[in-house]
Ligand binder design. Structure first.
Ligand SMILES: Nc1ncnc2c1ncn2[C@@H]1O[C@H](COP(=O)(O)OP(=O)(O)O)[C@@H](O)[C@H]1O
Ligand SMILES: [Mg+2]
Length: 252
């Protein structure tokens, strides 16, 4: 069974079509990267998968469960976690508190009095594990606002990981990072547990080809090509869109 299945998805803002008959399938543990020019509809697609935006038509299934009309909270409980293109953390909270919110999104909140105590997993342990994986232990008590932008993006990934998602959506995880921070982020992504499916939007071709099992190219809201990296890099229409962008070079 597919981890993610997107069927004939369509979305328009007025006359602007941002998602055009998109079909997409991600197998369990697959690392799938979406590329495409600015304005191609990459973020809009992720918003529909995450539940931030409703599609006009089509279906979205996570692990066989239809989530098309579920809110983001219910999708998180179904095993979906995401980061945003723009930093969406709580600046006045500590690093630990920010990451713990990610664990609570999946495994229940302290305000949910109807959940029996024994059913509540160990939120703090999951928080700690995510901090350790991201190498953020030393910053755990720090107020988020005191961190560099690069460190804050790592906290965002840690918060998503704390929910131990089946599918993790990352929207341009390296945008705004220095070359050194970008390399660190690539290593983190590569080091994620293989059982975790990834859907990553990325524009840096070196990053794309170093993490992707499969690549989908979006162009004016539609899927231009989808397949293994070498196949997509060799696709004539893709090469036309990316002429001069170094796509073919990055593939080797
Ligand atoms: N809420 C919205 N209302 C109107 N237009 C939008 C909205 N969100 C995105 N768009 C437009 O949809 C197009 C696709 O945007 P987006 O999905 O962010 O592209 P990408 O992430 O590929 O750069 C862009 O032209 C953008 O301006
Ligand atoms: Mg975008």
């Amino acid at each position: 069974m597919s981890l993610l299945r997107v069927e004939n998805l369509n979305k328009a803002y007025g006359s602007l079509v941002v998602t055009k008959d998109v079909n997409l399938e991600i197998a369990p543990g697959e690392r799938h990267v979406i590329i495409g020019p600015n304005g191609a509809g990459k973020t809009s697609l992720i918003h529909q998968i995450g539940g931030q935006t409703r599609p006009d038509a089509g279906r979205i299934l996570i692990d066989g469960v239809e989530v098309t009309r579920l809110d983001p909270e219910r999708r998180a409980q179904a095993g979906l976690a995401r980061t945003f293109q723009k930093n969406t953390l709580f600046q006045r909270l500590s690093v630990f508190e920010n990451v713990r919110l990610g664990a609570q999104a999946r495994f229940g909140s302290t305000f949910n009095l109807t959940t029996p105590a024994r059913a509540l997993p160990h939120i703090n342990e999951r928080t700690q594990a995510a901090l350790t994986r991201m190498g953020l232990e030393k910053l755990a008590a720090e107020t988020l606002a005191n961190l560099s932008y690069g460190d804050q993006r790592q906290v965002e990934v840690a918060a998503a990981l704390a929910g131990d998602p089946k599918l993790l959506l990352l929207d341009e995880p390296t945008s705004g990072l220095s070359p050194a921070e970008t390399r660190a982020m690539i290593e983190v992504i590569k080091g994620l547990p293989r059982r975790m499916g990834l859907l990553v939007i990325e524009h840096d071709m070196e990053v794309v080809f170093s993490i992707a099992d499969r690549i989908t190219v979006l162009y004016y809201g539609a899927v231009l090509a989808s397949g293994p990296p070498a196949e997509v890099a060799a696709n004539a229409r893709v090469r036309e869109v990316y002429l001069g962008a170094g796509l073919a070079d990055a593939a080797h």
